[in-house]
Design a protein around this ligand. Sequence first.
Ligand code: PBG
Length: 330
Amino acid sequence: MSHSSPAHPFARGRRLRSTPALRRLTAQTRLAPADFVLPVFVKQGIDAPVAISSMPGVVQHTMDSLRKTAHEAAEAGISGLMLFGIPGEKDPVGSQADAADGIVNVALQQLRADLGDELVLMADLCLCEYTDHGHCGVVTPAGVVDNDPTLDRYAAVAIAQARAGAHVIAPSGMMDGQVAAIRQALDGGGFPETPILAYAAKYASGFYGPFREAAEGAPQFGDRSTYQMDPPNADEALREVAQDLAEGADAVMVKPALPYLDIITRVADAVHVPVTAYQVSGEYAMVEAAAANGWVDRERAILETLTAIRRAGAGTVLTYWAVEAARLLR
Ligand code: PBG
């Protein structure tokens, strides 16, 4: 039988791949700058940006360098920023998270004054950067993270962040009932229009290592396995998402992204609210480290990871490459 004229015509995948224009025509997933949100770290009491050794290209910002980066982000056409603050002083309850003159609240106010509504300013709501023990909530004398007293702290932080100018409140602490507590606080505090993006399916991941250098929020004892999700579980992610939506979340997040593409897909299939994925610090560090060694083509790898996360079903991607990726897509 001749290969040039098969007896039975068969589908030829290669027909639609033969030129760049055909590949562009048939691409099922497209990336655009508006898909991206840039996480940023602002630190109190420094007079120059501090490089994060495990995340080449990422820094702890001063207020000035943060403002400059925010302008560049707006220029590049990305959708928003996710703000993390690193206070000068830490204490057991994380007082600086809701202090009006706390670094993250000052930064929100400044960026809102600079940019108005040009970028969506998201405030990560957690206590781990602000507590001296590094846990995401207050702890009992026995060293266990105490769920319900933590909710009172989250409620106060949400109000402070909304008052400072956050467009979106994004609780990432994985306490039970956190979305309901924050929704109630925002509604009662004069911010009924402020949406909540819930870190709904957040796993106890080994890929947060570099972030803990960036945000200086590593737990001083124990780990986060009693509140963040266990990596083998998938159904539980759907329960967490359903619970957060029932409590009033407007949008949900899956985190990390690349090792949890199946979770992104299942969540996106199950709900009809915006789904965001967080490409976390360890995902960034892996590609940067391999690229620095010449083991992967850096830009190609970056865009491939972002495409994969969008293909899995995420509408928005939080990524430390947000501005660079947006520029690559120009
Ligand atoms: C705080 C928080 C973490 C990240 C985002 N918010 C760290 C953690 O849970 O330990 C990780 C982000 C990243 O790794 O890029 N709760």
